[in-house]
Design a protein around this ligand. Structure first.
Ligand code: SAM
Length: 288
């Protein structure tokens, strides 16, 4: 009972802290306060915002995830970008520095957005941020590019995945692209303890995996602490069907790609990751 009350309080606080309006001179559509659904409060990214920020110092984020994202995007110059599940804004800042003309980052966690905004305050780049559930976001503008790094794997059902995809679709201009990085649905189940050398492990049912089964990620930080959270498995077919049903074209699983500026010795360290990648990129297009 106490735990339930605590959870309700957390959710209420989340709702109260919601909605930071884009600034007036932004071309993003102005935004009305609306009741937000907290689709995944149990993951409680608020509580682990700083820890996740620290985890992103693990080389894997730069060497594979960021590299795959940038390779998949290509030239960012002049692009208007919407980053769904932007967490503390690292990718928003990277994309802005690579030439994106505008970047709006959206995340369900107010603590994550606080971190993003304090980075923006210390080094202003003109990135805008908004606390909102990415599955219920309205049309914020006509973006050239929508990015979702580790968001789609929070969908527990085909219906939830469709909501994320519809939000991406309606926010894209014709010919715009939806790209991202995700838990790899082709990755085999079980406990992947061999990944610990990269600073994390992944665990999901080994046999008879079903749609919506949880995948537990545990991160191991330099200071000896660790933290865990769940996302969810949906089959590659479910992903591919939903992308198509939403109206996207030219869908491709991408990579993952390993930073080609690394030395051979550095690249060799990713042997286990690359042999059975736990994460994978994707890209698709809204018809012109
Ligand atoms: C594993 S982190 C990934 C963040 C980031 N994109 C990255 O590159 O690492 C997951 C993020 O997704 C956010 N998130 C989870 N469900 C969400 C939802 N429905 N809408 C918006 N953000 C969500 C969490 O708050 C958290 O910041």
């Amino acid at each position: 009972m106490i735990i339930q009350k605590q959870k309700v309080l957390e959710i209420n606080n989340t709702i109260k802290k919601i909605i930071k309006l884009p600034q007036k001179n932004s071309s993003f559509k102005s935004f009305k306060l609306q009741k937000m659904q907290v689709s995944n409060p149990s993951n409680s990214f608020d509580e682990m915002a700083q820890k996740y920020k620290n985890a992103k110092e693990l080389p894997i984020f730069k060497d594979i995830i960021e590299f795959t994202m940038l390779q998949t995007i290509g030239d960012l110059k002049g692009l208007k970008v919407l980053d769904l599940a932007c967490d503390e804004g690292n990718n928003c800042r990277i994309m802005r520095k690579k030439g994106a003309s505008e970047v709006l980052g959206v995340d369900i966690s107010p603590e994550m957005i606080d971190l993003a905004e304090s980075s923006e305050k210390s080094i202003p780049l003109g990135c805008k941020y908004l606390v909102h559930d990415a599955s219920t976001l309205e049309k914020m503008g006509e973006f050239d590019l929508v990015v979702a790094i580790y968001l789609l794997n929070y969908a527990q059902t085909k219906g939830e995945l469709r909501k994320f995809c519809e939000v991406a679709y309606k926010n894209l201009k014709k010919g715009g692209r939806f790209i991202g990085f995700n838990d790899n649905p082709f990755h085999k189940g079980g406990l992947s303890s061999e990944l610990k050398k990269y600073g994390f492990t992944k665990e999901s049912p080994e046999i008879g995996r079903k749609e919506g089964d949880p995948i537990k990620y545990t991160f191991y930080l330099k200071d000896g602490s660790e933290f865990s959270f769940d996302d969810y498995w949906l089959s590659p077919k479910t992903y591919e069907d939903v992308f198509k049903e939403t109206g996207f074209e030219d869908f491709k699983w991408e990579g993952p790609f390993l930073d080609d500026s690394l030395t051979k010795e550095e690249r060799d360290k990713y042997d286990v990751y690359m042999a059975n990648p736990p994460g994978i990129g994707f890209s698709m297009k809204k018809m012109a």
